[in-house]
Write a protein that binds this ligand. Sequence first.
Ligand SMILES: [Ca+2]
Ligand SMILES: [Ca+2]
Ligand SMILES: [Ca+2]
Length: 190
Amino acid sequence: MKYSAIFTFLLFFLVGCVKPDVQSVYNLTFKKRYDLNQNKVLEEDEYKKILIREYKTLKFFKKLPTKHMNVDQYVESEFLAHDLDNDKVITWDEIIDYGSKQYFLGLDLNNNGFLELNDEFKLDISKEAYMESVKQNLPAFKNSQNEFLSFEDYKLKVKTLINPNNDDKIELKEYMNYLKNYCECKNVKR
Ligand SMILES: [Ca+2]
Ligand SMILES: [Ca+2]
Ligand SMILES: [Ca+2]
């Protein structure tokens, strides 16, 4: 199953979560389940629980980075990879950034470093993605009367926002910028 960009960061929650909204994933991660000392960041011990769960899922689907990687190796390398500023704790922003990048790479099926707008990116301009954006009430897709755009106008707007230089190829930088500014990933109530 593939998720549109607005669900990018949910990859490691795939099993057991059916299309949760952004706020509920944030709450689950930082308020209910993993941030035990409630300091709004995940220390290695806390984040490890997520990574172990992720490891089991990847192992089951035979999608581990290398075939014989054990769980400790996986936890160590993934923690380092997520901790972009190297301060030994994982923030929500780091989860979003890492997840977005991984998702981008997964969508780039021909591995050319770009997403083709009407092919590899087509899920994000699908009716399904539109309905999810309506459900999340994303401000970027409302008109001046505060009404949600029609499906056709939504598609046009997404294409403009995701691909500002209008070259039909979406770079990682454009993709991250789109998520950051127009989706709710970074605007959860913390
Ligand atoms: Ca914590
Ligand atoms: Ca960090
Ligand atoms: Ca591509």
